[in-house]
Design a protein around this ligand. Sequence first.
Ligand code: ASP
Length: 346
Amino acid sequence: MSRTLLFRKCCGLFIFLLSGVVFAQEKLPNVKIFTTGGTIQSKGDHRQKLMEYSAGKVAPEELINDLPELKKIANVTYLEESNIGSGGMNTEILLKLAKDINEWLALPESSGAVVTHGTGTLEETAYFLNLVIKSDKPVAVVGAMRPFTAVSRDGPFNLYNAVRVAASPKARGYGVMIMLNDEINAARDTTKTNTYRVDTFVARDMGPLGYTDSDRISFYRKPTYRHTAKSEFDVSNLKDLPRVDVTYVYQESDASALNAFVKAGAKGIVLTDNDDKAIKKAQKKGVVFVKSDRKGSGRVVESEKQAGLGIVTSDNLPPHKARILLRLALTKTKDAKEIQRMFNEY
Ligand code: ASP
């Protein structure tokens, strides 16, 4: 074989192999990361700083480029929604986030979505999305307990696992998932339980949905309450959500907070205990009440007395999650019986 022919054959083989690689990459699932900020995007002064750090220091590109392994599991793109600590999350960002995710998941070529978020209110955003995302495709909300710069930081591996789940057809139909510490947890059932530890997110009454271990993603249970594609809530035309506040009851607390919230324009209030007189007065102004509890696990059982007073019970939703559902419920109705139905279904 002449040298030129050999050269041509080698070139042909190289191009053939290259096109195979490009083809294989094109066939990877498409995952979009919607970034909002939090500790997962924060930096400290040195590697031992686990608590003192500044938010908003890790741009989405840096977060993604730090994990070249992602290229092997998905075609990853991103959209920066905000760059805030989760205490600053607000209705405007939530509504835009939900609309952007819905738009992405409606595309036939999209496989799933990941949301980065501060852990402080992560479960509220996750539950909100669980109620308003119109797709069965996986949505994984991810955070970190340690800054990006820390020794033994947890963010990158949490993000890697979140992308794995979002890319997996196996993860469809589980609703929105919270992804930290190698666990897959259901948005509805899960709460941050520890101020500092990496195993902070726990579904106290239910346990995790599954795990992201190195051999495979395994699921052991499926949420039965309505969510995502089966939800009746639609935020596509909403510019705001009704104001709902939470009152926390302790020894010698009185109705001052409740009355102040009514005065401030609350359309709904989640209670951790009753003050019947103040409630009746506020109900006359159209305020809707939901009874939750401050213990952090267990159901608030429906009673004839509560129903008679027109007070909805929260099932096992803690006050801050009952607030999310009540806001969405109030976009549809003010009828306590109908809202109770929603609390029993979502
Ligand atoms: N302060 C942070 C936040 O909620 C905590 C975290 O992200 O872990 O944004």
